[in-house]
Design a binder for this molecule. Structure first.
Ligand code: SF4
Length: 260
């Protein structure tokens, strides 16, 4: 029997959350991590379909588009257990083209949907900070995260820690790992969770196992929960922890913060 979800919510096999809520889509590149952006690739594929989904214009597949009619969708998602919902992973909610009103209403919905938890991810922490300040006390069922993968992007960890808010979860998407990473001293102490991955997709940049191992060691020292999504093995990328080295295998299992 087909299963229907509220419009704007889709089931996903992205690996660390099972539902995706999309009250907006689209973005523009902002750093070296964006070169082979997964969301952009998906947007081009969707816009190329015979009947593209709403908001995917073949002339500009990755344009920022808001979907205000999807803002209350999580309130209608019926699940027996607390579910982890990724928010706007096909764009960046804090992109400069997204209205402040939509951002505030997304936060409202998260606050009202107390039965579920929400993963936010942004590379624009300055904009996020302004939106959070305007909102006031933020919902505690919200995980606020940013992406790092090169030393150039490392200052974002400090920016994440400097956000003035709530008792929710701070997390990092360490993806794609493009070089050896050294986190600034003490800066992982307030990071609750790190999701780690090499670049994936048809074209990808090199990642070495020892780079991931060093990230894992730094997270272990800071008691940060770890989830490894993929592992470079020779010329391939493996999703199967059974193929990974011993030190990595336990981190192929979802840690407590990602349990559903
Ligand atoms: S910020 Fe994220 S969504 Fe936007 S282009 Fe870069 S990788 Fe893609």
């Amino acid at each position: 029997m087909p299963v229907y979800y509220p419009a704007g919510i889709t089931h996903t096999d992205i690996g660390y959350f099972s539902f995706h809520w999309q009250p907006m889509k689209g973005c523009t590149e902002c750093c070296n991590l964006c070169k082979f952006c997964f969301a952009k690739r998906q947007a081009i594929i969707m816009a190329g379909r015979e009947n593209p989904p709403e908001g995917y214009d073949p002339a500009d597949p990755f344009a920022v588009v808001e979907f205000p009619h999807r803002l209350t969708a999580p309130l209608q998602l019926r699940r027996r257990r607390s579910t982890l919902i990724g928010v706007c992973f096909m764009g960046d909610l804090f992109h400069k083209y997204v209205s402040a009103e939509l951002q505030q209403r997304v936060l409202d919905t998260i606050e009202q949907t107390t039965q579920h938890r929400f993963l936010l991810l942004t590379q624009r922490l300055g904009h996020a900070r302004r939106a959070f300040k305007k909102y006031g006390e933020l919902p505690s069922n919200m995980y606020v995260g940013t992406t790092v993968g090169s030393m150039k992007t490392m200052p974002r960890v400090q920016q994440l820690n400097a956000l003035e808010y709530h008792s929710g979860v701070n997390w990092l998407s360490v993806d794609p790992v493009l070089e050896p990473l050294t986190f600034p001293p003490g800066q992982l102490d307030n990071v609750d969770l790190a999701v780690i991955s090499p670049e994936t997709g048809p074209v990808r940049r090199t990642c070495r196992q020892e780079w991931l191992r060093s990230i894992v060691a730094q997270c272990e020292a800071a008691n940060t929960e770890i989830f490894i999504m993929q592992m470079p093995i020779g010329d391939t990328i493996s999703k199967d922890p059974a193929e990974w080295p011993d030190w990595a295998r336990p981190y192929g299992e979802k840690p407590p913060l990602l349990q559903q």
